[in-house]
Design a protein around this ligand. Structure first.
Ligand code: DGY
Length: 323
């Protein structure tokens, strides 16, 4: 039997690449450099499956192919706002993602960021490494207590719920949730959470606000200057969702003028480019998109793509089909 051909656009964990090589006629990107749009378009013509990830921009131009060989895009990652949905649909492509397996690790990073910004861990680490630490004193790098405070979660899917679990059960935080659909009362009760209808209602109540909604056009600049103004003056904003969800210019103003307490970001608009003014903000913690970056999660994500491919090439509907 002829093995389907698959293109893997970036390096994946070795165990997953080995399995792909065994099961498919697989082509790997050993240089691990993102493909250009023309190379991605070429891949649509030449491979049965294209396996991109969040660093690949699959805009409408990539799908300008009359007769694509590709029938499935097996995305490595849960977010798929980098894939032009309308064009993929027009070409009749199946698109899958990798939910569940990274929820815990992404929530762990959101907790890491929340604790780091509240307790000024980034500032402290920079001070120690720069040789600027002069010793303990009662007024040194005094931060904000996290335990018992109110956490607002925008987007209450799997990752949002993992965040609530950690914050409520581990840190006794009160949880306020905003989500586009009604969350089942049993789910809210598990985390002692209350759901509000709008972001405007949530923001003024919270000491911490963590973003867990999808990216893409619908949520672009969801946190704009009007909404940042609704946050408490000492509240903190955490983003492990997508960079475009925050208007970074408005965030820089809020951080520089102290209209919020601080922010902690794992994702950036136009990453890996970082707006130079962000780097000037001391009350900001920044990580390089590490949400799912554990050995366990990254391998599980790869094997989840393999499961989806197996379903697809066996004529079944892949369980993680999003388009
Ligand atoms: C995703 O999966 O969408 C993350 O951003 C990368 O793990």
């Amino acid at each position: 039997m002829i093995k389907p051909s698959v293109l893997v656009t970036r390096r994946w964990p070795a165990a997953v690449e080995a399995q792909l090589a065994e099961t498919y006629n697989a082509t790997f990107n050993s240089a691990d450099v993102p493909l250009a749009a023309c190379e991605m378009r070429d891949a649509m013509k030449r491979f049965d499956a294209v396996l991109p990830t969040v660093t690949d921009k699959l805009g409408a131009d990539v799908f300008e192919v009359t007769k694509p060989q590709a029938k499935i895009i097996g995305n490595y990652g849960v977010g798929y706002s980098h894939i032009d949905e309308a064009s993929a649909r027009d070409l009749g492509l199946t698109v899958t993602n990798t939910p569940d397996v990274l929820s815990e690790c992404t929530a762990d990073i959101a907790m890491t960021l929340m604790l780091m910004v509240a307790r000024r861990a980034g500032e402290g680490e920079r001070e120690v490494r720069d040789g600027r630490w002069t010793g303990w004193r009662p007024t040194h790098l005094v931060g904000t207590k996290v335990s018992g405070k109110t956490l607002g979660i925008i987007g209450f899917g799997r990752i949002g719920q993992e965040m609530a679990k950690r914050a409520h059960l581990g840190f006794g935080m009160k949880i306020v949730v905003q989500n586009r659909s009604q969350v089942a009362s049993e789910v809210l009760d598990t985390y002692g959470a209350i759901q509000v209808d709008t972001v405007e209602e949530l923001l003024p109540q919270c000491d911490f606000v963590s973003l867990h909604c999808p990216g893409g056009a619908a949520n672009r600049h969801l946190m704009n200057s009007a909404r940042l103004d609704l946050m408490k003056q000492d509240a903190f904003l955490i983003n492990t969702a997508r960079g475009e969800v925050i208007d970074e210019h408005a965030l820089i103003q809020a951080l520089m003028f102290g209209t919020i307490g601080g922010a902690a970001l794992d994702v950036f608009d136009g990453e890996p480019r970082i707006a130079p003014d962000l780097v000037q903000c001391d009350n900001l913690v920044m990580l390089p998109h590490l949400g799912s970056a554990t050995r366990e999660a990254r391998e599980a994500m790869g094997f989840r793509v393999l499961d989806n491919l197996e379903d697809f090439f066996s004529g079944r509907n892949p369980r993680d089909r999003v388009i």
